[in-house]
Design a protein around this ligand. Structure first.
Ligand SMILES: [Zn+2]
Length: 200
């Protein structure tokens, strides 16, 4: 029984042989077959040629390596997006602080216009609650309630820090500038991240 009478070497076997992953015994058998079989020798040679050209292609350097340029454009964008998240948080916190700081001043402007301020709303709520408690109390024990008439004089007065007009205007302006600058940065970062062709 000679090797050339065995079945032809299939492409997988030839590839495994070229890859050097066959056992010594398999290699000896395959080589013996190739020595005696012109067809398998041709196939092996063709496969080897393909492998060689692939290897040559792999070693060829890229004409233009785009990866540094792509990474350079991606990194600042990602950083800017992360910065944007912090910026929004800072804006919200800043706006809340500004609103808190200027609330009394704003209430001073809004109250004459008929818009109740925070302290007015709280006082109104306290008055309603006070009346309700008094009514309940009176209905339960009116005689005793007469002696506790001072309960109805309870009123809540919030501490009102006096903010000069100039300082209030400055605070509102600062909030507006913070808001617009933040939005400007956010809006500018978006088209820059999408337009890949504007940078030759
Ligand atoms: Zn063969």
């Amino acid at each position: 029984m000679s090797d050339e009478r065995r079945a032809h070497l299939d492409p997988e076997m030839l590839q495994a042989m070229l890859d050097g992953v066959l056992t010594q015994k398999q290699v000896r058998r395959a080589e013996a077959h190739l020595a005696a079989c012109a067809e398998c020798s041709r196939n092996a040679a063709a496969l080897q040629a393909v492998f060689a050209s692939l290897a040559a292609l792999r070693d060829e350097p890229l004409v233009i390596d785009l990866s540094p340029a792509v990474l350079a454009r991606l990194r600042p964008h990602r950083l800017r997006r992360r910065l944007g998240g912090w910026l929004v948080a800072a804006q919200v916190a800043g706006a809340a602080l500004m609103l808190g700081a200027t609330w009394q001043w704003l209430a001073g402007i809004l109250t004459p216009l008929g818009v109740p301020g925070l302290s007015a709303l709280l006082a109104m709520g306290a008055r309603v609650l006070d009346d309700y408690v008094n009514q309940m109390w009176n209905s339960v024990s009116s005689p005793v309630a007469l002696g506790l008439e001072s309960l109805s004089s309870l009123s809540i007065s919030l501490p009102t820090p006096a903010i000069p007009l100039a300082q209030g205007v400055a605070l509102v302006l600062a909030a507006a500038v913070l808001w617009f600058v933040g939005n400007g940065v956010l809006l500018r970062s978006r088209p820059a991240g999408q337009g890949y062709g504007d940078h030759a």
